[in-house]
Structure formats: C-alpha cells, structure tokens
Write a protein that binds this ligand. Structure first.
Ligand code: PLP
Length: 382
C-alpha cells in the first residue's frame, strides 16, 4: 500500500541522513574554530547539561579532591555530580551570590591542595557575569592543577580557546552565543583531561553519560559508525550554526557580543540604573544585569515589559539579589535593534511601574549613551 503522506508530510519527518564522514568533519571544524591544538572533540547527544553531568561523573570517578568553583546553579549541580561519581569536593563560592569569583580566592584555595582538578563555569548567562578564566587557568597551570571548564554559555561571547593555554576539559553548548541547536553539546578533552576521567565504581559498560564511552565507541575507532544515534536534525542544525560562525569568524562573533554588552552597560548607566557587575571585563557578553531602583516591584516590571513592549526580561536565580533584572543579547539578539528595544522597554516598564513622583529615569541619556557606545565600537564617528 502506498503511504498516504500528503496531508501530514513534513520535511522534518524525513531529514537527509548525516554521514559518519560529515560527523567526523563537524568535530574537526569545531576544533579548528576553537584553535584546538591537542584536544579531542566529542559531540555529546543531549543538551549541554548532559555533557556536563557526563564529565562530572567520570571526573568524580577518578576519586580525587576537586576544587569546584560554583558561581551559579550549574556549578552547584556540577559539584553534586562530582560527588556522586566519587570525588571529594571542595566548593568555592563568591561572598555575594551571583557575583564573579575573585581571582585571589581561587589562588588561595589552589594553594591548599593537592587537587586532582579545578572545575569552574566561565560565563554565567544566569547572573550576567564572567569569571576570570584566563587568570584562573594560568594560576592552575603554574601549580600543576588540571582544569575543567563549563563554557556552554561563554563560547562565542567571550574569548575561549583550546591552545596550550586552554583548559584540559572544555564543555561548550551550541544554543547560546553560537546560535545553534540545544540538542547536542561538545566536549573537548586533552590527553591530561582523559587521564582525569574514570568510570565511577559500579558504572555499567555502556552509558549515555560517559565521555569514555564516546572515546571508545567513536574517537578510538575508524570513525565509520556514529555512536548513540544523535538526532539528525540537531546534527544539521549544528553544522549550519558552525558554518555561520566560520563565516562571521569566532573573533568577530565574540566582538559583536562584547560590543552589544558594552553599549547596553552604557545605556543602563545612562538611564541611571546601577549595573550588577562593576568591571566591564567581568560582565557577560550574553546578558547584562542591573538593579531596579528601590521600591520598584520586579514582577510588575517584567509583566509590563512583556505585555506593553513585547520584551522578555530575565532575573537572577533565587539566591541572587531580588532587584536584579537582565537584558539578553545572545546569539541573534547580539545586535543593535534588539538590544536598543530591550533597553527602551526596560526603561519604559520601570517608568510605568514607578509610583508617580518617584525619581524618573533619564531615557534620553540612556539611549544616547547606548548609541554613542555602539558608534564607538563599530568604527567611530564619520
Ligand atoms: C545555559 C547553560 C548551561 C546549559 O543549560 P541548558 O539546560 O542546556 O540550557 C550550562 N552551563 C551554563 C553556565 C549555562 O549558562
């Protein structure tokens, strides 16, 4: 019988096969984008949290002491997975939740080793911060401590490279600054990195939460059979996102995110709002956070921004300052128009939410500072 497909047929039901050769090339293209010199690139099916859990469990399987820098919920989860895998975990958190970790606190902790590894999140879209990654990597390297980095939210928005100065294990996601699908993540692992991983005690011989299985079943094979049947649509989408970044250039992608972040910071300050992060270098390229004026109700501002201006603003997680609001400028939103709209919407929503007679924001100064910063970042006047 001929299948009756006309009415219900969709190209999504019939994606072209993604070949093993293409899959292999995709890994190499990602490695090349990141300037990889000595890392294996493994595509991990599942959203980025799956890849992070796989890394943490097998890092825990090594059984050593791990210094875990936790600057958001992701870092705390990573610590739990490490412990579940068998590691002894020491957690380092910033004294103000949602702020970056100060370098000096990390170096002090590193000096209280020995450590099997240090793990940290690079950029936190959640609170709009960036930890001092290059400095932490250098401090760890000089003490012989291997490094494991969650760059899911930072790759494409902040400089992250896999050369000699890079971390031993790096997990990246496609769905943030790379503008790709959320169904696949990437783990980059150096030889030192592989040496850190071990199957947790009692682990089964096959697991979808295992980088060692991906090594055994793909990296160490003749690479003719893709392991784990990743979703074909995700592979095509990831390839398209990688092509897009290759076209723009990773450095330009980072510069675009940083330029938008700088303009939004200038705009927020111009409005008269307090920025959440003092130093621009410690402020995320993906999202920018500011504090609402006292007495302005956050949920009212969020609802007004959504309903009157069509803009979805974010907040921090529950332990972070309840006045925090953030503007997302991630991936396709890292551009003048969406960022200008979000800034104006935030200002408008605050104006509407403020009791009459309370101090007003300077909308003109905010938009002027935003635009002046954008002009300066994109080549200056005239
Ligand atoms: C977004 C993000 C992840 C991944 O979370 P998803 O659930 O895959 O979106 C992991 N770590 C950090 C720091 C993130 O910002």
């Amino acid at each position: 019988m001929v299948a009756q497909r006309d009415a219900s047929w969709s190209p999504l039901l019939d994606p072209a096969a993604f070949s093993a050769a293409r899959y292999d090339r995709l890994g190499h293209r990602i490695g090349a984008l990141l300037g990889s010199t000595h890392h294996d690139i493994a595509l991990v099916p599942g959203e980025a949290v799956v890849a992070l859990e796989a890394v943490a469990r097998e890092l825990g399987g090594g059984g050593g002491r791990v210094l875990n820098v936790a600057t958001s919920v992701y870092g705390h989860l990573f610590g739990q997975w490490l412990a579940a895998g068998g590691a002894t975990v020491t957690t380092l958190t910033p004294s103000v939740p949602g702020q970056p970790i100060p370098l000096a606190e990390v170096t002090d902790a590193l000096d209280n080793g020995p450590w099997a590894a240090i793990a940290l999140v690079h950029g936190e879209a959640a609170s709009g911060i960036v930890n001092p990654l290059a400095e932490i990597l250098a401090a760890a390297r000089s003490r012989g401590v291997p490094t494991v980095v969650d760059a899911v939210a930072s790759v494409g928005a902040e400089p992250v490279l896999l050369g000699d100065e890079g971390p031993d294990i790096l997990v990246i996601g496609a769905q943030k600054a790379l503008g790709g699908p959320s169904g696949l993540a990437v783990a980059a692992v150096s030889e030192t990195g592989w040496g850190l991983l071990a199957r947790p005690a009692g682990a089964p011989s096959f697991s979808s939460l295992s980088l060692l299985d991906l090594k055994r079943d793909w990296l160490d094979t003749d690479r003719t059979a893709i392991p784990l049947t990743p979703i074909t649509h995700d592979l095509w989408a990831l390839e398209a996102a990688v092509a897009d970044v290759e076209d723009e250039g990773l450095g330009m992608r980072v510069a675009r995110h940083r330029a938008v972040a700088r303009a939004v910071r200038a705009g927020l300050a111009g409005l008269g709002l307090r920025l959440w992060v003092d130093e621009e270098e410690r402020s995320s390229g993906l999202t920018t956070a500011a504090l609402l004026p006292d007495g302005v109700d956050r949920s009212t501002v969020l609802a007004l921004a959504r309903d009157r201006f069509g803009v979805v603003l974010g907040t921090g997680s529950s332990e972070v300052d309840p006045r925090l609001v953030k503007i997302s400028h991630t991936g396709p939103r890292a551009a003048f128009v969406p960022a200008a709209g979000a800034l104006a919407a935030l200002a408008g929503a605050i104006e509407l939410a403020s009791a009459s007679g309370s101090p007003r924001l300077d909308l003109g100064a905010g938009m002027a500072a935003f635009t002046a910063s954008w002009i300066a970042s994109t080549g200056g006047a005239g």
